[in-house]
Design a protein around this ligand. Structure first.
Ligand code: HEM
Length: 511
């Protein structure tokens, strides 16, 4: 019909009249074929006591890939379909904003890259993406190795003393140390230091997470800000973190002013390879407040996500000894006792498959949030401007229509297709997709592969005797309810076999 309309439109006045009539007919046909979106009525009692994305999975199986969930006057569209996800994240990305997420995170990230929309987002994305060039990520490999070595030293002491360890908080500290150095050249040293700025970062992060999942927006009640001790503690912590960032920005500005290094695309300052240094050296025209918002955003975005991936990977491995044995065989062969180089990372294919499989089963975050800026069609369904959307990455990653045996932890499945292929089809989107895809995806993958390989080379982990069951709770990422308590034992050193030929995933011996 569209083709015929075009021909008629060019065929003089009678043709134009016929073309208009056809357009009318087309509109009516489209309206007739519009389907009413299925509506699931939410029962708040069913959600209490479990992370909200778990009941969404049950509803997805009943109502399908797009449905409306209504809680009294509140309405959300839940999307679990790869094509509709592609429409929202990529093909019509301009038609959506971050909606509620931007409102909730404003207090801590301001107009940083995650909550920002429109022109601010465009300008900041263009400034920040080049700072994560390949030479920078390679320089970061050394940092990943050093920070993981500090964690290994700590675990070595625990193993020697026979002490159990709580891995979730240790991973959180590892990734905080990494991101502080990587983004603004600050050593939190949180693996050995718990007070002051480290404590302030955690108070701020917890508040951001609580606001993300809270039902009542208590922070909007002005009287509470003045009298609630918790709100006051948050304000004090945020002030300390902001002041620290401001002073790091000032210090770095002075250093950059005194430098006469030539700025190139792959600029890197040897003494301070941080993203902050790159941005200032690039002559980026940005206010100190915006720069601080961006640094804070990267601190939050790149910290708990990587920690959560490591936590759930360690948990999954503890339940799957044959996978752990195969992992250890790979790291013994490829790495020996050194920290991974870029060539090693490329060879750690089974380790990478384990990370992909872990991010499939436990995506961080499990849900992406958007708001429609204009009417749109989601498959057969009409979506109205202003509607809030939850894209359930959890559902996409566990959909029985997209994955064989979806709940099984099977790193071998990544032998038959690549993560890139699955991402292009929008059935595997651990880093999101489209123009707002994570800027730290390669950084984060190398970081968690390095940490996992170095730890698996040196230690065996088992759930500690008498540990509480490992259950999920949700913030921005998936946390455990009571920590991941493990017994860690030093591995008896296997001989290091130099690697000549790298076996493919399928040819690595299962036994
Ligand atoms: C965005 C996941 C690590 C910085 C995102 C998004 C996801 C994600 C799913 C898209 C959010 C959306 O579309 O609403 C992860 C995971 C990580 C990780 C799973 C670790 C395993 C990092 C790191 C950094 C980072 C290390 C910084 C160095 C960002 C930023 C955005 C983002 C700035 C916003 C991009 C934009 O909106 O243009 N991340 N991330 N992330 N991530 Fe990551």
């Amino acid at each position: 019909l569209v083709g015929l309309r075009k021909v008629l439109a060019n065929a003089g006045p009678p043709g134009r009249f016929l073309s208009l009539a056809l357009a009318n007919l087309e509109r009516r046909m489209n309206q007739a074929s519009l389907m009413t979106m299925p509506v699931a009525k939410g029962d708040a009692r069913k959600i209490v006591g479990q992370p909200f994305f778990v009941p969404l999975y049950t509803l997805f199986k009943t109502y399908g890939g797009v449905f409306r969930l209504s809680f009294g006057p509140k309405n959300f569209i839940i999307v679990s379909d790869p094509d509709v996800t592609k429409r929202i994240l990529k093909d019509n990305a301009k038609g959506y904003s971050k909606g509620i997420l931007a409102e909730i995170l404003e207090f801590v990230m301001g107009t940083g890259l995650i909550p920002a929309d429109g022109e601010i987002w465009k300008v900041r994305r263009r400034a920040i993406v080049p700072s994560l060039h390949m030479k920078y990520v390679m320089a970061m490999l050394g940092l990943f190795g050093e920070c993981t070595q500090r964690l290994c030293d700590k675990l070595h002491v625990a193993a020697s003393n026979g002490d159990d360890v709580e891995m979730e908080s240790l991973y959180s500290r590892l990734t905080l140390d990494v991101i502080g150095k990587a983004v603004f050249n600050y050593d939190f040293d949180s693996l050995s230091n718990d007070t002051g700025i480290v404590e302030a970062v955690y108070v701020t992060l917890r508040e951001a997470e609580d606001r993300s999942v809270g039902i009542v927006p208590y922070w909007k009640i002005p009287i509470l800000a003045a009298i609630d001790p918790r709100q006051q503690r948050v304000a004090k912590a945020l002030k300390l973190v902001n002041e620290t960032l401001d002073s790091l920005i000032d210090k770095c500005k002075k250093i950059v002013e005194e430098e006469d290094d030539e700025f190139t695309e792959d600029y890197i300052n040897e003494r301070d390879p941080s993203i902050l240094h790159f941005l200032l050296a690039s002559g980026d025209e940005v206010t100190s407040k915006q720069l601080r918002d961006d640094l804070m955003t990267m601190l939050i975005a790149g910290h708990e996500t990587s920690a959560a991936v490591l936590t759930w990977t360690t948990y999954l491995l503890s339940l799957n000894p044959p996978v752990t044995a195969k992992l250890q065989r790979e790291v013994d062969t490829v790495l020996g006792d050194r920290a991974p180089s870029i060539d090693d990372i490329k060879k750690l294919r089974y380790t990478t498959a384990i990370i992909n499989e872990s991010m499939r089963l436990y995506p961080q975050p499990p849900v992406l949030i958007r708001r429609a800026l204009e009417d749109d069609m989601l498959g057969q369904y009409l979506l109205r401007k202003g509607e809030d959307i939850f894209i359930s990455v959890w559902n996409l990653h566990r959909s029985p229509d997209l994955w064989e045996d979806p709940d099984a932890f099977r790193p071998e499945r990544w032998d038959t297709f690549s993560a890139a292929e699955a991402s292009q089809a929008f059935r595997f989107i651990p880093f999101g997709g489209g123009p707002r895809k994570c800027v730290g995806d390669v950084f984060a993958t190398f970081e968690v592969v390095t940490a996992l390989a170095m730890l698996a080379r040196r230690f065996d982990f088992q759930i500690a005797a008498g540990a509480p069951p490992v259950l999920m709770t949700t913030g921005a990422t998936i946390h455990t309810t009571n920590g991941l308590h493990m017994t860690v034992t030093q591995r008896t050193r296997a001989p290091v076999i130099p690697m000549t030929d790298i076996p493919s995933l399928t040819t690595v011996d299962e036994n």
